[in-house]
Structure formats: C-alpha cells, structure tokens
Write a protein that binds this ligand. Structure first.
Ligand code: ZN
Ligand code: MN
Length: 484
C-alpha cells in the first residue's frame, strides 16, 4: 500500500493525526447501576431509574470497570493514577436523559502511555497515548421514515466505555490503520471488550490536520466521527488531507469542525463546528467518590495481565523461530493465537505451524466458519501432524485424515485405522515390494542403468502404487537405490 498518494503529490506537506477510540467494556452490568450490559433486540429492557436518569438517584461505580481501565492502561504502557475522579459533561440530546454524561475530564485514570505499531515494511513506530478515561455511553435515537416519529432506546445508556486518546503522532492512513489494529488487539487480548467495529464496541474518531513540513505548529484540525471500518478510515484520511491542502494552497482558512464520512460518495461532510471545551461546563460529579488505585491493587492487576500480541509476536520469532510474516498472521487474531498455542502445547514442532497456516486457516477461510467451530481442534491437528512426522502416515494420507476430521470431527487415529491409511513403513515389507517391481520391470532397470534418469521416477511411482499409496516414498527411494 502507498503511504499516502496525496502526500506524494504534495511533498511539501505532512499530516498530523490523533485518534480517539471509544472501547465498550464487556462487563456483566452497566457502569453505575446493576442493569445488564448485554445486547438485546428489545428496546428499553435493560434500564432502571439510575441509567434512565431519574432525579434523586445515586450512581454506584462498577469495580470491574476500574479493573478493566487499569488493565487497558498497563497494556498501553500508561501511568495509572493513584487518584482520579468523575466529572459531568453537560450537553442536551434526547438520548442523554440526565443532560450530562459522567466522564473523567480533569483527572483521568491513565496517562502518558504508548502503543507500538508495525508497518507493512516491518518497521515499528511508537504512538504515544495522551490519556485513557472512563465514561458512560449514551442511548440511541431512532427515526422512523414511515411515521416521521423519533424514538429513544436507553438500553445503551450507562454502558461503560474507555476513551483512549492518542497524541498526534500518526502521519498517514497506513499508520492510522496499524494503530487501530494494534490497539484493538491489546483490548481483545486483555479481554476487556469484543472490539467489534460493526456493532460499535470499538469506535474511532480521527482528528487530522495538515501543515507545511517547515511549520513547527500544527494546522487547524478537523474531526472525523465514528467511521466503522479500516477501509473507510483510510479513504477519509486521504480525502481530508487533499481537502486541507487545497484550502491552504488557495489561501482559505480551515474551520475547526466535526465531519462525517459519506462512504457511498467517498467524501466528508461538515456536521457541526466544534464546540469550545467551555460549552460543556465540566464540573466534578458530587455523587461519586474519587477512584483510588492503591499500589496493592495495581500489583494485583499487573500479576494477572496476559501476554499481549506485541510480546507474543517477538517471542514466536525469538523462541519458536517463526518468520516475521508467520508471527504476524498468528498474532493478528486472538483466536489464532489460542489455537496455535494449544496445538504447540501438545506437540511443540514447527510443522504444526505450517499445518495451521496452510490447512486450518485455509479450511476455515474456504468454508467460512469461525476457527472455534473448526472440527479439527488443536488436539486433533497435533495428532495428525505427529503421526505424519513419525512416519505412521504419509503426506497424502495426512491430508485425507485432515479432510475427514474437518467434516466429521472423528478422532484422527481412528480415521487412520478405519481407512487403512497406515503407512507401510517397515523396511522388510517395502524391500519385498521393491524387489518384485524390479524383477517385473527388468527393461526399465536396464534403461535406468544406461543413463535414463526418468526411469527412476517410474520405478518409484510403480512401487508406491504397489503399496496402495501407503508406502513412504523416501524409504522406497533409498531401497531402490540400494538395489539398482
Ligand atoms: Zn440501570
Ligand atoms: Mn467520549
């Protein structure tokens, strides 16, 4: 992929991109009440006086949210604040019944971290994280074209969110994508969120500005709201860069504003000019206690942290000898990593990796099933590969066993027995077969001896056929050479 076609055309300019990501936490209950945090088709089912914003109620903080926020902070190399607090952010919208959102403005729970991203040419870059704060989500407005009426669904109000704010260290669409992928992997590995972009549990707002490379100060930025695919984010960044550059070139002033990406017409549209911070009238929420993270708590969370994709990537290369490409594929999805590690735990040989990348992922792709639903479980894959490595079956038979297990979920060893796929591996047995073939094909042997190289191939093939395809071609070749 090109870094930026637009910047190639306008090499005097550079982009500065910062991304704010809202991650929906997969806690059992909402952030300030005991309502279920699960998705449901039934509108206004998971609501109570607290999340519906009745006057006089008191929010109670879900401690799981704090734990997830600490994990996210540690996973992104942040400093976790010993004390942080909640503020009210005031704005008026039908899906926000309290008329303020509880968030953390002045004292966020995590600060000053970074995420390492890996670019397509293999280089790595550090993207700094400014802050991570905890906040609640709002509800959803729905508008009916049929009746012209509008509805409000409050199931989502009070869903716990983490807002992760990067510094403007991102310079093009490729880096933006790499950053979002890295961040999403971290959250998935931590298990704090499903990070499903389509369902909105991982939403990115992109802040972009453009300036002359010689300029020390950042240009005026525009915000691109809630784009729910990596492809659209790339398109939108390229489009905005060009729009900004052309405005600068023609002496126009860029207005600071929030814009929407129209993926159908591939252009951004102005949504609203950005409010000044003062418009939100932030103030400390008097109903909620300070959040205190003691050093004991921090240590306890630290000890429970799983190994993240970035570290796995480097460990696979260093310890298990994977190539950069192989390590990248295996760590690109937590389901892949889990599968791979389970298979390696049973049979730690690199041949497992080859079968996983080629056969398992190939099969899952072709049949469009989830890896978790694949009937060739890590245990069964390990069995197949082990039988192959130990010469109990040959490669053709291993492929056949794989296919059958993938369709039926049968035990690989039983398949080998039922189908009679066991390789004829004993030298005595094969020796007999080879001798037979040689005496039956004396003329071919003569040809071989007179220098015809392809006669050898014919003899190997004939021996293989005589074993019903169950001979070990390597051993057969050795025996043939010995007798010729
Ligand atoms: Zn509630
Ligand atoms: Mn927010």
């Amino acid at each position: 992929m090109e870094k930026s076609l637009v910047l190639e055309r306008y090499p005097k300019y550079r982009m500065d991109i910062g991304i704010e990501v809202h991650v929906q936490l997969n806690t059992k209950s909402k952030i300030f009440c005991s309502c279920s945090n699960a998705l449901t088709d039934q509108q206004n089912q998971h609501i109570c006086q607290i999340c519906a914003g009745y006057p006089g109620v008191l929010p109670v903080l879900n401690q799981q949210v704090v734990e997830f926020a600490i994990m996210a902070g540690l996973g992104t190399n942040c400093t976790v604040s010993e004390i942080s607090e909640f503020d009210r952010k005031h704005y008026f919208y039908p899906d926000l019944p309290k008329n303020y959102q509880i968030t953390q403005n002045y004292f966020p729970i995590c600060k000053n971290g970074y995420v390492m991203i890996r670019l397509e040419d293999g280089t790595e870059k550090k993207i700094r994280i400014n802050r991570i704060h905890i906040e609640e989500d709002a509800g959803k407005n729905m508008h009916s074209d049929l009746t012209g009426e509008s509805y409000v669904d409050l199931n989502r109000t009070g869903t716990p969110l983490l807002e992760i704010v990067s510094e403007p260290d991102i310079e093009n669409a490729e880096e933006a994508k790499a950053y979002l992928k890295a961040l999403r992997l971290i959250m998935q590995y931590l298990g704090v969120s499903d990070c499903n972009m389509e369902e909105g549990s991982f939403r990115a707002d992109t802040n972009l500005s453009v300036r002359l490379r010689t300029n020390q100060t950042l240009g005026t930025r525009c915000e691109l709201k809630n784009i729910n695919s990596f492809k659209f984010i790339s398109d939108a960044i390229e489009y905005e860069a060009e729009r900004h550059i052309q405005a600068i070139e023609s002496g126009e002033r860029i207005r600071q504003e929030t814009r929407l990406w129209d993926s159908k017409n591939r252009k951004s549209i102005s949504m609203r000019s950005k409010e000044d911070l003062a418009d939100y009238r932030y103030c400390t929420d008097p109903d909620l206690a300070l959040i205190r993270v003691t050093s004991e708590k921090l240590q306890q969370v630290k000890h429970g942290m799983p190994e993240l994709a970035y570290d796995k990537y480097h460990r696979y290369i260093r310890v298990w000898g994977l190539s950069a490409y192989e390590a990248d594929v295996v760590t690109s999805d937590i389901a892949f990593t889990k599968y791979f590690e389970s298979a390696m735990a049973i049979y730690p040989k690199k041949s497992v990796l080859n079968w996983f990348l080629r056969d398992v992922l190939g099969y899952v792709n072709d049949t469009k099933i989830e890896l978790a639903a694949c009937l060739v479980t890590p245990e069964k894959l390990a069995q197949i590969v082990k039988m192959l490595d130990e010469n109990l079956i040959n490669n053709t038979a291993a492929k056949e066993v794989f296919e059958i297990v993938a369709k039926t979920g049968q035990n690989p060893e039983h398949v080998v027995q039922d189908k009679g796929l066991k390789q004829i591996g004993s030298v005595e047995e094969l020796e007999k077969i080879v001798k037979n073939v040689l005496s039956e094909h004396a003329s071919v042997v003569a040809e071989y001896k007179s220098g015809k190289q392809n006669a050898f191939g014919f003899l190997v093939g004939t021996c293989m056929k005589a074993t019903g395809g169950k001979g070990n071609p390597k051993i057969i070749q050795e025996i043939l050479k010995k007798h010729l």
